[in-house]
Design a protein around this ligand. Structure first.
Ligand code: MG
Length: 315
């Protein structure tokens, strides 16, 4: 049984990620926004006030699968998630370039076909380290909070990442971020360095160096190529290590510029697990909405909360 604080942190990983996504959406592809200019939740581009983007939309099918009690180590479950993504992609306002190419290359909706399509995109472009799998990894940890399930959480995060992202950096990023989310929910602590130490020693050394660089700079001082999973993780980590509240972390993440919604969604998934959903400003939470909402069905913070609680087996 999880405590009330643990439940708040489990919900926080989902809601704070969605809030970061919606907060960053109107700032996407813009230059960094430096203090004291305020960061505000507002409509912009194709996005309504409080509307989340592809980051949260792609996390929803993962969250729904975990809420139904499905293991993410199961090919049928993963095929179901891929099928949901393909359906979402048809009507989505915005889909990441790499993800769109992979989803378009899937012939049969199976895990194997998704992995093959991901590999093909990698071979065609010579790289596949976009930030599009890290941005949706938050819900993975919710299915693996039990004693001794850390290794399974990391493996599941990597396997879900590999449905669209072949490159090892993307899998590493999802594995370590999900491990950190898991320990944050369980213990309220920030353990990304410990998570990095679970990687093979050479990979761990590379990632520690990347985290060192992130901690030494504010988000807007980092290179703005944060469509790359490594730079996105670094910007999110800089925001987390420099922010003293959940609100400040998300604002700092958005200040990074360029892929603001994704950096803030990534930062929110871990920071929300540290601070808990109750630390989010009410006016942000109440405005949240997005796919799978349509003219017949609303879908916002209440629905995400309900799914997150189901995902962790709360009564
Ligand atoms: Mg987005």
């Amino acid at each position: 049984m999880l405590t009330q604080q643990q439940l708040d942190r489990a919900v926080g990983t989902v809601i704070a990620s969605a809030a970061g996504d919606a907060l960053g959406a109107p700032y996407e592809f813009h230059a960094p926004v430096l203090p004291p200019t305020p960061i505000t939740l507002h409509a912009g581009g194709p996005w309504e006030l409080g509307e989340w983007t592809d980051d949260t939309s792609m996390a929803v099918p993962i969250l729904q699968a975990v809420a139904r009690g499905r293991g993410l180590d199961d090919s049928t479950t993963l095929a179901g998630i891929v099928g949901e993504w393909i359906g979402w992609c048809r009507s989505a306002k915005d889909v990441g370039i790499q993800t769109k190419a992979v989803l378009a290359g899937i012939r049969h909706v199976t895990e194997e076909d998704a992995r093959t399509a991901a590999r093909a995109v990698h071979d065609r472009n010579g790289r596949s380290g976009g930030n599009g799998s890290l941005m949706r990894t938050g819900p993975v940890a919710l299915g693996y909070l039990g004693d001794g399930q850390a290794d399974a959480a990391a493996a599941a995060a990597r396997r879900v990442s590999e449905l669209t992202h072949f490159e090892v950096d993307a899998g590493d990023a999802c594995a370590v971020w999900s491990l950190a989310i898991r320990s944050a929910i369980l213990d309220g602590t920030l353990e990304l360095r410990t998570a990095v130490d679970t990687l093979p020693v050479e990979r761990a050394s590379v990632w520690h160096g990347r985290l060192d660089a992130a901690e030494a700079a504010l988000p807007w001082e980092l290179p703005d190529n944060n469509g790359w999973v490594v730079a996105a993780l670094q910007a999110a980590w800089s925001a987390i290590t420099h922010g003293s509240s959940l609100r400040e972390v998300l604002e700092l993440a958005v200040r990074a510029g360029n892929d603001t919604d994704t950096v803030a969604a990534i930062a929110g998934s871990l920071a929300g697990a540290v601070f808990g959903a109750s630390e989010l400003p009410d006016e942000w939470v109440s405005a949240l909405h997005g796919w799978p909402a349509d003219e017949f069905r609303s879908f916002g913070a209440a629905e995400l909360t309900d799914l997150a609680l189901k995902a962790v087996g709360a009564p």
